[in-house]
Structures are given as C-alpha cells and as structure tokens.
Design a protein around this ligand. Structure first.
Ligand code: ADP
Ligand code: MG
Length: 481
C-alpha cells in the first residue's frame, strides 16, 4: 500500500450507493482514494485476484450474500481487510460478517466522511499488523520445528504445552492436549532429585536458570546428560532449551581412548626394545652357566638356573604379548555383514552360553549394515567381548543382548549383559594391558579388542552399572560401496 493512495474495491449491485460512497470519500482531502467497483458477485470474484488495500462488500448481492463473497476473498488474499456494508442495522449480520473474516461492519447512511476514513485506515492497519504477526509466527514456528536441539514450552507446573519434533523424538513425550486430559511434565524426565528440585524452585519463584546440568531419561533404561536453560516468556509460560551433552562426552571419551592407546603402544615398544636385549643376555648367560658349571654345583643350587630361564621366558612372553596387543597390525579387508560376523562370534561361545543357560536376545537391524573390515580380527574382538559378558553373568538369569543398528552413517554393535557390572574406578583402566579382576585373567582381551576396533578407524565405549550389567558399544564406518 502506498501511503497516500488507498485502492478500494467497492462491491454493490446498487449504482446509487456507489455514487454516494464516492461522494462521501471525496470529502477527505488528505487521502487519495482510488475506487474500483464490481456490481455482481462474479465480477467481484474475478477482481479479488487483483491487489486492493481494502474491500467493501454489500450484504445483499443478488442471490448470493456478501458473506460468501467475503469468504472467497479471504481464501484468495488472507490478510486483506474486508468491510461489510448493510442497508440496515439488523440482528446478527455483523457477527456473521466477523465470523467469516470481515474486519469491520458499516451501516449505509450512518457514516460520515471522517468515520469512513477512520474505519478504512484502521482496518488496513490492523490487517497489516496481523500479516506481520503471522509472518513472525511462521518464522518462529520454523525455528522451533527445525531447531537442532530439543526445545519446549511449559507452564509453571512444568506441564509441556508445546515441543519441537526433536524433543518428541528423543523423549517420546507429546505436548499436553486439553482433550486428552493427560499431561506430560518436564520434571518427570529428571533421573535425579537434586536438579529436579532446583528446577521446581526456579519455576516456583517464576525465575530463570541457565545451563543447569541434569540427567534426563529417554526411556526406562537410558538417559542423556543435558544442559538445561529455562527462560521466562510470560507469567505462566517458560521456554526450555536442552543441550544434549552425550554426543560431546562420547567424542571426548573416544579421543581420550585413542590417546591412551597410542601412549600405551609407545611405552610397550620402548619396553620391548629396552628389556629384550638385556633379557637375551640373561638367557644366554644362564644357558652358558648351565653348560659350564660343574655338575655338583648345579646339583647344590637346585633348579635355580631353570628358575631364571623360566622367568626370562615369561618376561619375554609378556613383552611380546604387550607389543602384539598394542601394535596396529596389517588388515585383510573385505566387505562383511556385521550381523553375520556377530553370529559367527556367537557360535564360538555357544557352548558356554548353553551350559550356563543364558538367554540370548538378538535385536539385529535388517537393513544392510555392511562394513569393510578384516573379518577374522573383528571376530576376535567380538568373541573377547562375548566371553567377558559370559564370565560376568550369574549362573541363573543371565541375559545377553546383542544389537546392531545404523546411526549417523555408522554401523553400531551393542553387546550387553546383566552381569556384575564394573566399578567406576575400574572403568578407566579396562583397556590397559594386563588389567584384570579375574584370578586367571590375562587382562589382554579388551586391549586386543580395542586395538582391532581402533585400527579399523572405529570406536569402542562402555557403559556399566555395578550390580546391573555392562554394555559395550562399537561403531564402524559403514561400507562406502
Ligand atoms: P580378562 O577377561 O582376561 O580379565 P579383559 O581385558 O577381557 O581381561 O577384561 C579386563 C577386565 O574388565 C575384566 O577382568 C573385568 O574386570 C572387566 N570386564 C570386562 N568386560 C566385563 C563385563 N562384561 N562385565 C564386567 N566386567 C568386565
Ligand atoms: Mg577377557
């Protein structure tokens, strides 16, 4: 709309009324009105495709009523203001007009130049306001819908009123709907009491909070580490933004694992180099002694030389194992289905599982989960994990869950048991060579497994709770072919 010209479409089947209307309008010197007219419903409908700043529509239009025309115009131009005209002030016409989208209502013969001018200007301004509000709402909605982080609106009782798709996907909670009567409460997601109480206090005081750290449940078993910010929108409306830290923490853990692994490897190579030479000298000297010492001396000293030899061998073996388990070896790569590899690994521990009567739950993704790997090595890695799981579970009630799925273009494997679990202080040491809690454990299983996964460019993580069980999570890049 230009500031000084107002384009009007005047729809009326009575030409006298049009004349009267133009005459009144012309009394307003300040504004330039450009009036076009339509005398039938059809003509008006056609012109409703053109740009006007405002439409004036008579209630009576031959066999149709102006109400229908208003609906048609609004369907074509949602925001244009339409003012209804009637010949008399009767009953409910004004309400009906408002219901179908009219901005205002004028009674012929009851308005003067100033009232008319004001009515037109107000109607135009209001509709412009509505249009910009609508645009802002669309913009807001799309930010809301497309936000990369979970986002929601709640009231001061923490009842969820609106939530974006990311939130609904992650937490499976739908916003509260008045009809269903049941509501979901944001506080129900908190795993622990402390942050929950803090949130309730914030809401009680109608204040705000930034970066509150809490664990939020995504289902009965799993939760995520989240940073929560709550911003007050209105007295009883709060915006909640959730930042999922799980992915960040997993990445940090992965990097740390890789660093640890390479420093262990360095130490192992150094050790091997520094130990093996003197060790060889000791072994050779012991051999020599055994050959050269007189028989009676040897007899007197018992098997001491053999003790030396045996222990040298043991040291040699350990150093070799250490070196082997921390050195990336050559890979014989081919395209493999992870489900098949897992089944083949399972076959190797089947006997032990059957003897102990463990239950196996397989949750394999049917979709192609193909990876380019050294099948023999990956099988060894999987077997190590399966054996550990078997060794961690009780005779009765052991449950082994094997899961494969694709996420973020990665093929993931989860091996979960409901065994003894791993104490926190051990979690950090799991992958260290020779770390074991078992009487006759080698402590090399996980070191080897980690080596194999890392040498494929994959990653391995562990989640465990004492008394509940342990889950190892492996990711490989999906095959590119
Ligand atoms: P080993 O099995 O010879 O002890 P590993 O390297 O395979 O050596 O495992 C190291 C340690 O990690 C185990 O001794 C055990 O304490 C712990 N561990 C590994 N997997 C599990 C599991 N699934 N449940 C409980 N503890 C485990
Ligand atoms: Mg083991």
């Amino acid at each position: 709309m230009s500031t000084d010209t107002i384009r009007i479409l005047y729809v009326d089947d009575d030409p006298d009324d049009l004349l009267l209307f133009s005459t009144i309008l012309k009394k307003n010197k300040g504004t330039n009105y450009q009036i076009e007219s339509a005398s039938t419903y059809e003509e008006a409908l056609e012109k409703a495709n053109e740009v006007f700043d405002v439409f004036l529509v008579d209630y009576k239009l031959g066999k149709e009523t102006g109400l229908e025309l208003i609906q048609e115009i609004k369907a074509k131009q949602k925001h244009v203001p339409v003012i209804m005209l009637t010949g008399m002030n009767t009953g409910t016409i004004d309400q009906e007009a408002l219901q179908v989208g009219a901005s205002d209502y004028l009674i012929k013969g009851e308005f003067d130049a100033r009232t008319l001018d004001r009515t037109l200007r107000y109607a135009i301004r209001d509709s412009q306001l509505m249009e910009s509000l609508d645009k802002a709402a669309v913009k807001f909605r799309s930010i809301f819908e497309r936000a990369g982080d979970p986002f929601l609106l709640m009231d001061s009782s923490s009842k969820i009123l609106e939530a974006n798709p990311i939130f609904i996907n992650k937490f499976g909670m739908e916003p509260h709907s008045e009809d269903s009567g049941k509501g979901y409460y944001f506080t129900d997601l908190f795993r622990y009491e402390d942050p929950k109480l803090m949130l309730m206090e914030v809401l009680g005081k109608k204040s705000e909070v930034y970066d509150l750290e809490a664990e939020l449940k995504i289902n009965s078993e799993n939760s995520i580490n989240a940073l929560i910010s709550i911003v007050k929108q209105d007295t009883n409306l709060f915006q909640v933004l959730i930042k999922d830290l799980t992915a960040m923490k997993a990445k940090e853990e992965e990097e740390l694992n890789l660093k640890k692994f390479s420093s262990t490897g360095r130490i192992a190579r150094l050790l091997a180099h520094e130990v093996k030479n003197p060790l060889t000298t000791i072994v050779l000297s012991a051999d020599q002694l055994k050959m050269e010492l007189p028989e009676e001396v040897l007899e007197e000293s018992g098997d001491l030389i053999e003790v030396i030899q045996r222990n040298c061998n043991r040291i040699n073996q350990l150093v070799t194992q250490l070196l082997e388990s921390t050195r990336f070896s050559e890979l014989d790569i081919s395209n493999q289905s992870i489900n098949e590899l897992l089944d083949q690994a399972l076959e190797q521990v089947k006997d032990r599982i059957e003897i102990k009567g463990f239950e196996i739950i397989k949750d394999y993704q049917d979709e192609l989960c193909d990876i380019d790997v050294d099948s023999e090595k990956v099988k060894i890695a999987l077997i190590n994990l399966l054996v550990n799981a078997v060794e961690a579970m009780p005779e009765r009630g052991g449950k082994l869950t094997l899961k494969t799925y694709i996420k973020n273009k990665q093929c993931r494997v989860e091996i979960k048991d409901n065994g003894v679990g791993i104490p926190k202080e051990n979690l950090e040491r799991l992958f260290e060579p020779f770390f074991t809690s078992k009487d006759s454990g080698s402590g090399l299983g996980l070191t080897n497994t980690q080596n194999i996964i890392l040498s494929h460019g994959g990653s391995i993580r562990v989640k465990s709770e004492v008394g509940k069980g342990t889950a190892f999570l492996i990711s490989f890049n999906l095959s590119s072919s």
